[in-house]
Ligand binder design. Structure first.
Ligand code: SPV
Ligand code: MG
Length: 286
């Protein structure tokens, strides 16, 4: 039997392997993430909320997020790292969430220290954080609830996002790992990687560091890893590409009254059959 995805991810992290993940919102986008060669899928709350056409603001329910993560997990061989916002409530909610996600074979969950209801990190300034005590209670509850040793809980600090600075991010990250977190995601909305890398430079390496270079997109995986980052997540680029492509294609078809002009830049039916795995069902060629 193959080792669980959680075990594979845990072993890879322990061996010092760089993990590069990309965001997805359903089975199809997860499959595209895998096909592009990423090591893991980030089940992004931003992508999943967008795919429901609602704000990334604690509106999608845990069950809906779990449905999306399950569909992704069943579509790929690589591990899913599920973005679980702030754990959908208090430590009791985190406990329940961990049991549900782990039971579905999700390799890792990530919870963040923003207060419920949370807002996407790129909205507004000075978002309120939970205290270290409140958030470490959640981490401990989550870790106590997992049924296997392999399952991972990533703690995410929004200290930089909320303007509290590198030292606070560091203090929180250290406390979160001491409470049992298996890795720390330090998020930033700066245009450069400087503040993240300043935190990473002071990090004692007690757990892997995860970053999401959405706004500091000029930094490469190689540059971030050279400074001590181990996991890089390109969190939302699949859905941003899809939205642009779907919007412009639909507008053009509506305007011209024919699909002739877009045929050469949309996927063929065969490509979709391949993505579905139709070849496993029967022999089709279009
Ligand atoms: C997500 O992808 O949902 C994230 C990353 O949490 S961000 O949108 O940058 O907050
Ligand atoms: Mg999110």
């Amino acid at each position: 039997m193959l080792p669980s995805k959680a075990k594979r991810l845990r072993d890879e992290l322990a061996a010092g392997k760089t993990i590069v993940a990309a965001g997805a919102h359903d089975g199809l986008s997860a499959r595209l993430v895998e096909a592009a060669g990423f090591d893991a899928v980030w089940a992004s709350s931003f992508e999943i909320s967008t795919s429901h056409a609602v704000p990334d603001a604690s509106i999608v329910t845990m069950s809906e997020y779990l449905d999306a993560a399950r569909s992704m997990n069943q579509s790929v061989r690589i591990p899913i790292i599920a973005d679980c916002d702030n754990g959908f409530g208090n430590s009791t909610n985190v406990s329940y969430m961990v049991r549900r996600y782990e039971a579905e074979g999700i390799a890792a969950v990530c919870i963040e220290d923003k207060r419920f209801p949370k807002l996407n990190s790129f909205i507004g300034e000075g978002q309120a954080l939970e205290t270290i005590e409140e958030f470490t209670d959640k981490i401990r509850a989550g870790k106590r609830s997992q049924q296997t040793e392999e399952f991972l809980l990533i703690a995410r600090t929004e200290a930089l996002i909320s303007g509290q600075g590198v030292d606070e991010a560091l203090r929180r990250a250290e406390s979160y790992v001491d409470a049992g977190a298996d890795a720390v995601l330090v998020h930033s909305k700066s245009r450069t990687a400087d503040e993240v890398l300043s935190m990473v430079g002071k990090w004692d390496g007690r757990a892997p560091i995860v970053v999401v270079p959405t706004t500091y997109y000029e930094s490469t995986v190689e540059e971030l890893v050279a400074e001590g980052v181990q996991v890089v997540i390109f969190a939302n680029h699949a859905i941003r590409a899809a939205v642009r492509a779907m919007g412009s294609t639909l507008a053009e078809v509506r305007r011209r009254g024919t699909t002739a002009s877009v045929e050469d830049r949309i996927a063929t039916l065969q490509e979709l059959f391949d993505l579905q795995g139709m070849g496993d069902v029967g022999q089709l060629s279009v």
